[in-house]
Each structure stands twice: as structure tokens, then as C-alpha cells.
Design a protein around this ligand. Structure first.
Ligand SMILES: [Zn+2]
Ligand SMILES: [Zn+2]
Length: 361
């Protein structure tokens, strides 16, 4: 049993909110109104929903951003159509599409003081949906974006439908049978970009209305409430949200901007309570923090709400593994350190949690 140092209380004392940040409403290709989506979020037990309808901010313009009971709905948008999908928050004016030059989209979001994330960058497609069409990100010369969505549940689920029996099985028997973890290509790209500058990982559902075209087969549309128990982004804040929309929205966007968040697959076990950080002279600092290397080893701390396999990743490579509820690792040099936690369900190992990194430079 790893004993927690006294100073880890700082990490434990942070406030945690579970967010699903990539959601389409009836204002684009989703099936729910904003109040219905908020109700589904409350039913699923999550705290924050990010609405990202395509190419507009209708929900914001209609004044539908805000608190619905204990659920905070913030309204952003998703830019571009055939490729280079980019979700952004904190923007107040529509962001012009630019698929040929996605840097323009990123710059436009930053120009409005917003934050944005490259989303489902490496879809694989399946011949059964839209003839194998993918909506990928191709231009990796871009810069200035805040993060990458490494785990897009909707894309991954759709790509796993490789046959009609498979589609029936996943739609009606075991929807999460194909779910193993984040997109390996997206994680590899994220690790690479983190070598240049801090880049924040998020995940979400990206609930599009998938239609499998095959004879009498009916459209497959997941209910929001189900999706909100799948891939979420958990945010950590120093103060609780208060019910004051401008202040709460600022706190949410700040946690995202700083990488004080982690991606979790909450379906079998909630990841609420996960913490990862580095012990400094002033106490523990959370994921997303940058520390300068002072020539001495830095203790890293991780704890999970249910027993798990905890893998420390340094500069994109696994370097240490511990099992249990708590783990203490040692950073013995500069690097980008992050944690992945794995669990098993019916004998199958699945990725449960991806922390954002602690940067030791
Ligand atoms: Zn998209
Ligand atoms: Zn989308």
C-alpha cells in the first residue's frame, strides 16, 4: 500500500466536474433540444455539456447557454465540413470555415479570445456508413490551437461497424464491445506535439446521427444519456462553480486551457476522484502544470477511485507500471509525464483514464 504524502491534500481538494464537450443539438445534426440535452446530462450524472453545433452559435444567440438545474450548458461551435473539424468555446461570433487553411480557423478562434480543439483527427471509416467517408485532420503544420480530442466516442463506434451483424450486436446487445481506448494515432500525435509546447487532450461523444444503409436496418442513434456515460473530460478547478454563468464559464475554459483535465471512459466505473500531479517544494501541482527542472528528482503522484493498472508515460513511451489505488513515481529528468489507467471488464482490458501531462522542462 502506497501511503499518500500529507501535501497530496492540495490535489484532492480540487473541485472536479465531468464534462461532455462535443455534443450536437437539433440546431445541427443532433436529436435533442438544449433543455433535453441538459436533462439527459443530469440523468447520466455529469455536470457540464459543451454544445458544438456545426458552423453556428444559434444556441448562444438564443440565450440558451447557462445553468439547467445542476447542469451547466456552455455553447461553442464546430467548424469546417469535409475535413479539419475544430471545436471551439468562448467565441461569441460565428467562426468562418476554412478547410483549405485551417490555421485561419484556429487564428479566428484565438482572435475572439476563445479556445479550440482539433477533433476526430484520424477517423478510419467503415464502408457501411457514408461509403467509408472520414472527416480527418490533414494539416499538422498548424499551431496555436489549445488541444486535440484524442478520444471521440462517436467516430470510434461508427468505425467499428465492420459488418451488418456487428452493427446489430453493437447497437442492441453490447454497445461498448469495440471500445478499447483512445485513438492510437491521435495519442501519438498529441505526444509528438507536447514535445514542442503544452497541448491539452480532451475527449467527447461527438454524437452524430449515424445511419447504416442496409435494407430494413433502421438508423442507429444513441440516446444522449447513454453517451454521457461514455467518454468524458473531467475538469479540475480550485474553486467551486457558483451558479454565476460568466464566472463559471470562465473557470471551465480556464481549466481546459491549462490542461487541468483528464479524459475518461466512465461507462463501467466513474473516474471521478482520479488525480495526477507532481510534488514540488510548495506542495502538489496538478496535471497541466509546467515545472522547471532543478536537477533533482520530482515525485509524481497518482490515485484512482477503483483499483487500476497505472502506466506512467514519459515523452510518449511507457516507463513504469503500478497496480492499485495509489501510485508514486519518480521523474528523474526533464520530460513530458502523463498517466494512463487501465481496468478490465469481463476479462477485457480497456483504457479508463488519460491524464494531461506534467511538463518538466
Ligand atoms: Zn466533426
Ligand atoms: Zn461533431
Amino acid at each position: 500500500m502506497v501511503v499518500a504524502p500529507e501535501s497530496v491534500q492540495g490535489l484532492r481538494g480540487m473541485y472536479e466536474y465531468i464534462a461532455n464537450l462535443h455534443v450536437h443539438s437539433v440546431y445541427s445534426d443532433g436529436s435533442g433540444t438544449i433543455p433535453e440535452i441538459a436533462e439527459a446530462a443530469a440523468g447520466a450524472g455529469i455536470d457540464i455539456v459543451g454544445i458544438t453545433d456545426h458552423r453556428h452559435l444559434i444556441a448562444l444567440e438564443k440565450g440558451e447557454e447557462g445553468w439547467y438545474g445542476r447542469v451547466l450548458v456552455i455553447v461553442g461551435t464546430e467548424s469546417n465540413d469535409a475535413s479539419h473539424h475544430y471545436i471551439s468555446f468562448g467565441v461569441t461570433e460565428r467562426v468562418p470555415d476554412n478547410e483549405a487553411d485551417p490555421q485561419q480557423v484556429i487564428d479566428a478562434v484565438n482572435g475572439q479570445g476563445g479556445i479550440g480543439f482539433i477533433t476526430h483527427p484520424f477517423e478510419r471509416g467503415t464502408p457501411l456508413v457514408e461509403g467509408g467517408k472520414v472527416y480527418n485532420w490533414y494539416d499538422w503544420t498548424v499551431t496555436g490551437y489549445q488541444g486535440i480530442s484524442i478520444w471521440d466516442y462517436g467516430s470510434q463506434w461508427r468505425d467499428s461497424i465492420t459488418s451488418v451483424p456487428r452493427a446489430f450486436y453493437q447497437a442492441y446487445v453490447h454497445p461498448n464491445a469495440p471500445v478499447r481506448g483512445a485513438s492510437p494515432e491521435a495519442v501519438a500525435r498529441w505526444d509528438e506535439e507536447c514535445q514542442k509546447r503544452p497541448v491539452v487532450a480532451i475527449g467527447g461523444s461527438d454524437a452524430h446521427a449515424f445511419i447504416v444503409h442496409y435494407g430494413p436496418f433502421r438508423p442507429v442513434i444513441f440516446p444522449y444519456r447513454f453517451l454521457f456515460r461514455c467518454v468524458n473530460t473531467h475538469l479540475l478547478t480550485e474553486c467551486p462553480l457558483t451558479g454565476n454563468l460568466p464566472a463559471d464559464k470562465a473557470a471551465v475554459l480556464s481549466a481546459l486551457r491549462q490542461g487541468r483535465c483528464f479524459v475518461a471512459f466512465d461507462y463501467y466505473r466513474w473516474a471521478r476522484g482520479f488525480r495526477f500531479g507532481a510534488n514540488t517544494r510548495g506542495g502538489f501541482v496538478p496535471m497541466g502544470s509546467t515545472l522547471s527542472w532543478a536537477g533533482e528528482t520530482v515525485p509524481l503522484w497518482a490515485e484512482v477511485p477503483f483499483r487500476a493498472e497505472m502506466v506512467l508515460i514519459r515523452d510518449g513511451r511507457p516507463v513504469a507500471v503500478q497496480h492499485g489505488l495509489r501510485a508514486e513515481f519518480t521523474a528523474d529528468g526533464p520530460g513530458v509525464y502523463r498517466l494512463e489507467a487501465y481496468r478490465r471488464h469481463l476479462g477485457r482490458r480497456y483504457a479508463w483514464i488519460y491524464s494531461n501531462p506534467v511538463y518538466l522542462s
